[in-house]
Design a protein around this ligand. Structure first.
Ligand code: FES
Ligand SMILES: [Fe+2]
Length: 454
């Protein structure tokens, strides 16, 4: 994998605990210390306290359908190999040889029966078990093969084909971790019994912006759309871009997970269920959804969201050609931390298995125009996020403890909401961003539960 060497990082806080306290007390007043977006101590602690604990998304089962398939992924700074074994199981192993520690696998993806270390040739099977070494009988005696397998992630689980792993032996199941957000995810990715499939390999590129800028934007920032993405409106790519935040709503769940929803049916009845064409909608199995889920996806489907810490989701109807009809696409993004104020952005495109190849291609193209690395929205977002990392690294800002503004007017959650979590009829208020930061504080203090209510 290509490795990025950051030219410079941000500052180094003198007292990490005090900075975390400032995030919490700041949130009580709608303020956030800018330092958190580019700071050596913050970054190092995040790698241990967040990425060493949380359930982290690492890929989709349809990327490794056959025995021997593998992909190389990241959990925080750790490279992992994700394999499909002969029994159909999924294994997540640290990509470092147990002999002298060098990296075993240098391929992004492939199919193999074993992994052979390029240094001295120790070999491991698809489950990471030690399988052999050159000149074994001459070189070794009393060798305990069971002791010298690859390190395995203690917890690996899938949710509708989405694979997550946790490096923590404590805490609950993935389902516990997703909490009430699982209820929303069921209605997003669980609409067809054959599930979803990835369209091609994930696209990825590096950005000089902090991973939290992406996660925080997707967790609840509909406010930026009419300004940052104005060009999408001027080109008539999205006709209603100035007004799009007025039809945005907020879904707030436990454990720091949240979604923005858009009342798309305000644009007409064809926009029901993200504007999936009738022939696709008719194939959805809605029998397992409750009344609130059904109403949600018909009228105000979740369009954007973040599963803490660094998995985000995007499904929005957009045209694949200028003036074309809007096509819903599904993107999964991972804000992969690289260094303080630097991330690698990974984007997968997915489509329901029941959708024809032609329609899937159209959706793929629509998404690339908007949110591929050269997409009209993507360029807008990554440019402004880079500015945040610079503000965080600014010696002038840091000297004076500058705080950022999270004080939009709030109207509070809808008291008549019947579903889990909370529903807000207005996206203004930055309440979902506050949810994200309060979860971050808990993790940074080691207080957050990795399953169950936090
Ligand atoms: S480092 Fe892997 S075999 Fe020596
Ligand atoms: Fe954006």
């Amino acid at each position: 994998m290509y490795k990025f060497i950051p030219i410079s990082s941000g500052g180094q806080t003198d007292d990490l605990a005090a900075l975390v306290d400032r995030v919490e007390s700041g949130m009580d007043e709608g303020l956030l210390p800018v330092d958190v977006f580019c700071d050596d101590a913050v970054f190092r602690a995040e790698m241990v306290r967040i990425f060493g604990q949380a359930w982290v998304f690492i890929g989709h089962e349809t990327e490794i359908p056959k025995a021997g398939d593998f992909v190389q992924r990241k959990i925080g700074l750790d490279s992992v190999i994700v394999t499909r074994d002969a029994e159909g199981g999924i294994n997540v192993m640290l990509n470092h040889c147990r002999h002298r520690g060098t990296e075993l696998c240098h391929e992004d993806k492939g199919n193999t029966r074993h992994f052979k270390c390029p240094y001295h040739g120790w070999t491991y099977n698809l489950k990471g078990e030690f399988a052999g070494a050159p000149h074994f009988n001459d070189a070794y005696e009393n060798f305990d093969r069971k002791e010298w397998g690859l390190r395995r992630a203690p917890k690996v689980e899938s949710f509708h084909g989405f694979i997550f792993a946790s490096l923590s032996t404590d805490g609950g199941t993935l389902r516990d971790y997703l909490g009430d957000a699982a209820w929303a995810l069921e209605a997003i990715v669980g609409l067809h019994p054959q599930g979803m499939r990835v369209l091609g390999v994930p696209e990825r590129f590096q950005v000089r912006a902090d991973w939290k800028s992406g996660a925080e934007n997707f967790c609840g920032d509909a406010y930026h759309v009419s300004t940052a993405h104005l060009s999408a409106g001027l080109t008539e790519f999205i006709p209603d871009v100035r007004q799009v935040s007025t039809i945005a709503r907020g879904y707030e769940f436990d454990n720091g997970h949240s979604f923005i929803g858009h009342q798309l049916t305000q644009w007409g009845p064809d926009f029901e269920m993200w504007a999936y064409p009738k022939e696709v909608r008719e194939q959805f199995d809605l029998s397992k959804l409750d009344e609130v889920q059904l109403d949600m996806i018909r009228n105000t489907p979740p369009t954007i969201g973040t599963i803490f810490p660094n998995l985000s989701y995007l499904r929005f109807p957009q045209p694949a050609t200028l003036g074309g009809r809007p096509v819903p696409f599904t993107m999964i993004r991972m804000w992969q931390p690289v260094a303080p104020g630097v991330m690698e952005l990974w984007t997968w495109q997915l489509e329901y298995a029941c959708v024809s190849e032609e329609q899937a291609q159209e959706a793929y193209l629509a998404a690339q125009f908007g949110f591929g690395s050269g997409g009209i929205f993507e360029q807008d977002d990554t440019a402004v996020w880079e500015g945040i990392a610079k503000a965080a690294a600014s010696p002038w800002n840091r000297r004076d403890g500058v705080m950022l503004h999270y004080q939009q007017k709030r109207t509070g959650p809808d008291p008549d909401w019947k579903g889990p979590g909370k529903f807000h009829k207005s996206i203004y208020g930055e309440y979902l961003q506050e949810l994200f930061w309060r979860r971050w504080v808990k993790d940074m203090r080691g207080e957050a539960s990795q399953g169950g209510a936090a």
